[in-house]
Ligand binder design. Structure first.
Ligand code: PMP
Length: 446
């Protein structure tokens, strides 16, 4: 008789690093990851039952708050009815309904949407549509793409190429060749502690005219900007800047792309930044808040005149050879429709506009707190720059974010810049909790 062998141990038992975590330094990753087991409304809940106030809406995406029953139910219902349809010459009712509702949410004249699955895909899709647009119009020489210092446009090769944060690119070259960059329209000496949009945007945008004297404008396909720089540290556009970019692009036949992955879906108190600032781009990339973060989804909203150029172009232009297996996924469309229902039924934008003055006032009361060098606000976004500890850049930002987490508040730090982007359903007492917690943490670092 043979002895019973011990049951085999799972090969990777207790190996937490089987999960190669995005944006996470895995070597020496000794501290436990922040582990969340559930989420409801404004809070995450840890396995020990701690309720953590979510100062980031997940990752700038859970705009209507966590666990919205309407979205949960819509996903459940959709999963049971139709799990998958290719969008390769096929469609389904939720895709068509969501496309229409989404375009109605966008500024007038933006009447088409190309569905993708993330912000990175949305940006790369927008850049490809821009080049293909000129191609369809017989201007195949228009290939250059203009991005901007400090912008973040995801991790695809296109988005990484036009992005303006050098250290993100270091390991991945060569990137797209035909790219140039605008400076960030921000001057701390004259703009620090501005509330909302600082003055001086019209002159800042002249940098585009200068760039177009270096790069023949007839070779430029598109300019891409985040209307409010997000991950790079919440820089609102100075007054007149976006308007002037629009005018310069029009003058030279260049498409203007707004990357609205963060600013879309209510973050500024309007559906998109385009409505908040009264400037209409030709293409808008979006993702994150589309499904309230519940199902991966992204999209490119396309102005009618761009779409029509494909329809009027040569036969090969009518089929844009681009797309993804999961474009317009039924679960994502269901979650997207439910998200738009919530915006309408719960008047999310009206409620948010009611609390924005308090958000801005309370944020700016941190002026004078230890280490605070600048505060910027735009809609329900806020960045607080800390002066770096000499010789230890990023240390103060990291320490402050850790202390906040110990005090049950989740915020982000990009180096020494603290970034805030809570769900839009935030209540006045939660605004107070966020800034009081940060203030207490600032008095404890160093
Ligand atoms: N564009 C912007 C402006 C973003 O903020 C992000 C993500 N933070 C992206 C693109 C990329 O989105 P994703 O992570 O969904 O690919």
């Amino acid at each position: 008789m043979t002895a019973h062998a011990a049951p085999p141990q799972p090969r990777l038992a207790n190996r937490r690093d089987a999960f190669w975590m995005p944006f996470t330094p895995m070597r020496g990753f000794q501290s436990e990851p922040m582990l969340f087991e559930s989420a409801q409304g404004m809070h995450y809940v840890t396995p020990e039952g701690r309720r953590i106030l979510d100062g980031m809406a997940g990752l700038w995406c859970v705009n209507a708050g966590h666990g919205q029953p309407r979205i949960v139910e819509a996903i459940r219902e959709a999963a049971g009815r139709l799990d998958f349809v290719s969008s390769f010459k096929m469609s389904h009712p939720a895709a068509e309904a969501y496309a229409q509702r989404l375009c109605e949410f966008a500024p007038e004249g933006i009447d088409h949407v190309f569905f993708v699955n993330s912000g990175s895909e949305a940006v790369d899709t927008a850049l490809k549509i821009a080049r293909a647009y000129h191609h369809a119009r017989g201007q195949a020489g228009r290939t250059k793409l203009i991005g901007r210092h400090k912008s973040y446009h995801g991790v695809g090769f296109g988005g990484l190429s036009v992005a303006g944060i050098g250290r993100h690119k270091a390991a991945f070259g060569p990137l797209l060749a035909d790219v140039a960059h605008l400076p960030l329209p921000y001057d701390r000496a004259s703009m620090a502690f501005s509330r909302g949009q600082p003055e001086g945007g019209a002159s800042a945008s002249e940098a585009l005219e200068t760039l177009l004297q270096i790069h023949d404008p007839s070779t430029v396909a598109a300019v891409i900007v985040e209307p409010v720089t997000g991950s790079g540290g919440v820089y609102p556009p100075p007054k007149g800047y976006l308007e002037r970019l629009r005018a310069i692009c029009d003058k030279h036949g260049i498409l203007l792309i707004f990357d609205e992955v963060i600013t879309g879906f209510g973050r500024l108190g309007t559906p998109f930044a385009a409505q908040a600032y009264g400037v209409k781009p030709d293409l808008m990339s979006c993702a994150k808040g589309m499904t309230n973060g519940a199902v991966p989804m992204g999209g490119v909203l396309v102005a009618s005149h761009v779409y029509e150029a494909f329809m009027a172009g040569p036969p090969e232009a009518v089929e844009l050879f681009h797309g993804y297996t999961y474009s317009a996924h039924p679960l994502a469309c269901a979650a997207g429709l439910a998200t738009l229902d919530i915006f309408a039924e719960q008047d999310l934008l009206g409620r948010l506009r009611g609390v924005l003055p308090l958000w801005q006032d309370r944020a700016h009361r941190l002026k004078g707190a230890p280490h605070v060098a600048d505060i910027r606000t735009a809609g329900l976004l806020c960045a607080i720059d800390l002066s770096p500890r000499p010789g230890a850049e990023g240390a103060r930002g990291g320490a402050c974010a850790r202390l906040c987490y110990e005090a049950d508040l989740l915020i982000r730090n990009a180096g020494d810049t603290l970034v805030l982007s809570p769900p839009l359903v935030i209540a006045p007492d939660e605004i107070e909790t966020i800034f009081a917690t940060i203030e207490a943490a600032l008095s404890r670092i160093d």
